[in-house]
Design a protein around this ligand. Structure first.
Ligand code: PMP
Length: 287
């Protein structure tokens, strides 16, 4: 059923609303097609499995519904959120109270990040409050983003674009809705899944293109000091692709401008999503 947002209704007893008892994916389109839809749906299934939410329909049928929703929205490009909640039922934490899992697909026009951010790079801050690894969710994309929200609020108050979240030992984990990479002594480093991150789909594509470009890669813990002394830093996410980071907590990174490796990886990523013939995001900003 495709509805306008003002017509769509969800119960106040929905457990996604009451307890954050839901999982989701953020997907974007290129030329109207959802990018890496299979990978997103596989991750959604893994997320649902980790918190024992039964899938309300087979993956292939959900893919069809998502494609149908995108077509109906008729946006030039879309920002899609596909979510599954455990459903509604009487209040109480017992998951058995939920009657039937609910699925919702939201489709909005995609708002690209300003081209100047790709051209000049962005500032990030590190979130003061440390985050422990969530051994229950174990990297599932569950709908509790309060840590990310508080971190982003702090970053925005400091005039930064994104916040990096650290663990108790001071290692960098990820951004509020992004993964993080640092080029240090010619090696591209990104934190491992075991550190307690969301294993990003863009991250996986970046690791692949880095390999193709012959850039040495290590998936290992990333102490804040290593990040600070890196020659290049960038963040990755579905909606933003690859964003160069030129300042961390006010301190400049490398040569203070987006680096060559970041650029090369982003250009290769654009080939991958089928935009190889288009101007690169930073070129659209002019000089
Ligand atoms: N980490 C977190 C916490 C996120 O919410 C996201 C965005 N989904 C990412 C990393 C980046 O993942 P992806 O490349 O799959 O969008």
């Amino acid at each position: 059923m495709i509805l306008q947002p003002e017509e769509a209704k969800v119960s106040v007893y929905d457990r996604g609303f009451l307890y954050g008892d839901s999982v989701f994916e953020t997907i974007r389109t290129y030329a109207g097609e959802p990018f890496a839809l299979d990978e997103h749906l596989a991750r959604l299934e893994r997320s649902a499995g980790r918190v024992a939410i039964p899938l309300p329909l087979p993956r292939a049928d959900f893919a069809l519904e998502i494609r149908r929703a995108i077509r109906a929205a008729r946006n030039p490009e879309s920002y899609v959120r596909a979510m599954i909640t455990r459903g509604s039922g009487p209040m109480g934490l017992d998951t058995g109270l939920a009657e039937k899992a609910l699925r919702v697909v939201l489709v909005e026009p995609l708002q690209a990040l300003p081209a100047t951010m790709y051209r000049d790079g962005v500032a990030v801050t590190t979130f003061k409050t440390r985050r422990a690894a969530d051994e229950v969710a174990q990297g599932a994309k569950v709908s509790n983003y309060l840590t990310s929200m508080m971190a982003l609020k702090e970053a925005r108050a400091a005039g930064a674009h994104e916040a990096l979240i650290l663990d108790g030992s001071g290692d960098v984990l990820e951004g509020t809705t992004s993964n993080v990479f640092a080029l240090t002594q010619g090696v591209l480093v990104t934190p491992p899944e075991e550190a307690g991150i969301l294993v990003g789909i863009t991250r996986a594509h970046v690791l692949e293109v880095a390999g193709e470009l012959g850039i040495p890669v290590r998936v290992e813990r990333l102490p804040l000091e290593t990040l600070r002394s890196a020659t290049e830093v960038f963040i990755t996410s579905t909606l933003r692709e690859i964003v160069p980071v030129v300042r961390v907590d006010g301190q400049e990174i490398g040569a203070r401008v987006p680096g060559r490796t970041t650029r090369a990886i982003h250009a290769a990523f654009r080939q991958k999503v089928g935009l190889g013939a288009e101007p690169l995001p930073w070129e659209k900003a002019g000089d």
